[in-house]
Design a protein around this ligand. Structure first.
Ligand SMILES: Cc1ncc(COP(=O)(O)O)c(C=O)c1O
Length: 459
C-alpha cells in the first residue's frame, strides 16, 4: 500500500477567476498612488492577495446552490430558520442574532452591556474588538500567556489565557468586568489556538466570579482541529464534537462568518441570557435590520448555514491546517523569522526580527509588506506598531511584536501559488538591508491602519 505525504486540495475547481500580472514599475506607481498603504491599492493590481482570510474564501457548489434557495422575506424567512438551526446545533445557544459581519456583533454586544470604565479581559483583542470596547470608554485588557508573546517559542496552545492574571483581574476589578472573552484562534497573537483545558479554566473562574464568558469564535473550526491534533485525549473526536464542547463552555459568542463560516459576508451574535439578548435585538433593529435577517440577505444566511456545515469536515480542516504549515515549513527552512508554530489561517513574519535596522516606530511591518508588493505583487498586512501602537490619548506605544501576516484565503489558492509566495519571501529576506522605514503622513484617530498615508524615509 502506498503512503502519501502530499495532502492535496480536497476539491476540484469548476470555476476560475483570472489574475493580472504586472511589472515592478507598475506596482511601484500603484503603491505610491495608494499612499504606500496596501489597503488603498486596487485589488486587481495584486497577484496573490493575502491581505486577509476574511470574506475572501471560495464558496462550494453546494453554497452557491443554497444561495438560489434564499428566502428574501423581510420577517420570518425560511433561510433564517435554516441558519438558526445550524448555528444552534453547533453552539447550543438560545438566542441567535444574525449580523452583517463580526464587528457588528461586537458593537451590538458591547454597546448593550458595557459602561464607561468597564474592563473586558481577552487573550488578545482583535483590532475591531478592541476598538468596539474602547469606543464605549472601556478597557480592552489582553491576558494571553507569556509564551504567546514570544514569536520564536514553540508551544501547542499559544493562544491560551493566563489564568493567574485573569483571576487577579477578576479579584481586583471584578465589579468593572461585565464579561470575559476568549478569541479562538487568537488572530492578533499569530492565529494560535486555545486548548479545551484552558477554556475549562476560564469557565471555572467565570463561575467563581459570576461572569458571563463569550468566545470570539471567528476561527472556531481551525481551533477545534488544533485541539484534535495537539490536546491529549482529543484525537478520536470529530472537529464538530470538539467545537460543540468549546461553545458549551461559554455563554455566548460573537462570530464573523467571513472566516470559518466559509462565506463572503455575514456573522452573528449568539447567547443564552434573555435580558442581554433582548437589549441586543433592540439595538440590532435600530442599526442592522429585523432580527431574522440582521443586515443580511436571505441568500447570505443560506451560504453561511451551509458553510458552517462544511467547515467542520475533517478533509477540509486537514488540508487547511496542513497547507498553512507547508508555507511555514518552507520559510523556517530558509531561516526567515516567523511566529512559531504555524497559525491556523496565516503565517506571520517577524518583521521586527528580520528588519532589525528599522526601529518599531519607523514601522518595519509596513516596510516588509510594501516590499513584498513591489517585488512580487503579493499583498500582506502589517500587524504591529501601526495597527496597535496608537493609544486612546493619541500617543504611540510600541506593541509586543511587529508582524506581517500572510493570511491564506480558504479554498482559493493552489500549492503553486503558495510556492511562489515562499520564493518571494525568501528572496526578499535576502535583500532585507535595502529596505527602509516609513513615517505616517496622515491617519485617522481610530483603526488608522486601514486608511493611513505613509511616506518612505530616505536611505
Ligand atoms: C478574531 C477576530 N475577531 C473579529 C473580527 C471582525 O470580523 P469582521 O471583519 O467580520 O467584522 C475579525 C476579523 O478579521 C477577527 O479576526
Amino acid at each position: 500500500m502506498l503512503h502519501f505525504k502530499t495532502i492535496i486540495e480536497p476539491f476540484r475547481i469548476k470555476s476560475v477567476e483570472a489574475v493580472k500580472f504586472t511589472q515592478r514599475g507598475e506596482r511601484e506607481s500603484a503603491l505610491a498612488e495608494a499612499g504606500h498603504n496596501v489597503f488603498r491599492l486596487r485589488a486587481e493590481d495584486v497577484l496573490v492577495d493575502l491581505l486577509t482570510d476574511s470574506g475572501t474564501g471560495a464558496m462550494s457548489a453546494a453554497q452557491w446552490g443554497a444561495i438560489m434557495q434564499g428566502d428574501e422575506s423581510y420577517a420570518g424567512s425560511r433561510s433564517f430558520f435554516r441558519f438558526r438551526d445550524v448555528v444552534q446545533d453547533l453552539t447550543g445557544y438560545r438566542h441567535i442574532i444574525p449580523t452583517h459581519q463580526g464587528r457588528a456583533a461586537e458593537r451590538i454586544l458591547f454597546h448593550s452591556v458595557l459602561e464607561e470604565g468597564d474592563v473586558v479581559p481577552n487573550n488578545n483583542h482583535f483590532d475591531t474588538t478592541r476598538a468596539n470596547v474602547e469606543v464605549e470608554d472601556a478597557e480592552a485588557r489582553d491576558l494571553v500567556i507569556p509564551e504567546g508573546r514570544v514569536p520564536a517559542l514553540v508551544h501547542p496552545f499559544k493562544g491560551n489565557v493566563d489564568l493567574g492574571r485573569l483571576e487577579q483581574a477578576l479579584a481586583k476589578d471584578g465589579d468593572r468586568i461585565p464579561l470575559v472573552m476568549v478569541t479562538v484562534t487568537n488572530n492578533s497573537g499569530g492565529g494560535q489556538p486555545v486548548s479545551l483545558e484552558n477554556l475549562r479554566g476560564v469557565r471555572r473562574l467565570c463561575d467563581r466570579y459570576h461572569k458571563p464568558f463569550f468566545l470570539d469564535a471567528c476561527r472556531f473550526a481551525e481551533n477545534a482541529y488544533f485541539i484534535k491534533l495537539r490536546e491529549p485525549g482529543q484525537s478520536g473526536r470529530t472537529p464538530k464534537e470538539i467545537a460543540q464542547e468549546m461553545f458549551a463552555l461559554a455563554d455566548g459568542c460573537t462570530m464573523s462568518a467571513k472566516k470559518d463560516g466559509l462565506a463572503n459576508i455575514g456573522g452573528f451574535l449568539a447567547l443564552n441570557d434573555d435580558a442581554w439578548a433582548e437589549r441586543c435585538r433592540n439595538l440590532l433593529i435600530l442599526t442592522e435590520g429585523f432580527p431574522t435577517y440582521g443586515g443580511l440577505a436571505g441568500y447570505d444566511l443560506e451560504a453561511v448555514a451551509r458553510g458552517l456545515e462544511e467547515v467542520v469536515e475533517e478533509p477540509y480542516l486537514r488540508y487547511r491546517i496542513r497547507s498553512i504549515e507547508y508555507l511555514h515549513e518552507r520559510l523556517v527552512a530558509a531561516g526567515v523569522p516567523v511566529i512559531q508554530p504555524a497559525g491556523g489561517h496565516a503565517v506571520y513574519l517577524d518583521a521586527r526580527a528580520l528588519l532589525a535596522h528599522i526601529p518599531p516606530l519607523q514601522y518595519p511591518g509596513i516596510a516588509l509588506a510594501n516590499a513584498l508588493y513591489v517585488e512580487a505583487g503579493i499583498r500582506a498586512v502589517e500587524i504591529g506598531s501601526v495597527m496597535f501602537g496608537l493609544q486612546p490619548d493619541g500617543t504611540e506605544k510600541v506593541p509586543a511584536m511587529d508582524l506581517v501576516r500572510l493570511a491564506i484565503p480558504r479554498r482559493v489558492y493552489t500549492q503553486s501559488h503558495i510556492d511562489y509566495v515562499a520564493e518571494a519571501v525568501i528572496g526578499l529576506a535576502g535583500m532585507k538591508d535595502r529596505l527602509r522605514g516609513y513615517r505616517i503622513a496622515k491617519a485617522p484617530a481610530t483603526l488608522r491602519h486601514f486608511t493611513a498615508v505613509f511616506e518612505p524615509l530616505a536611505a
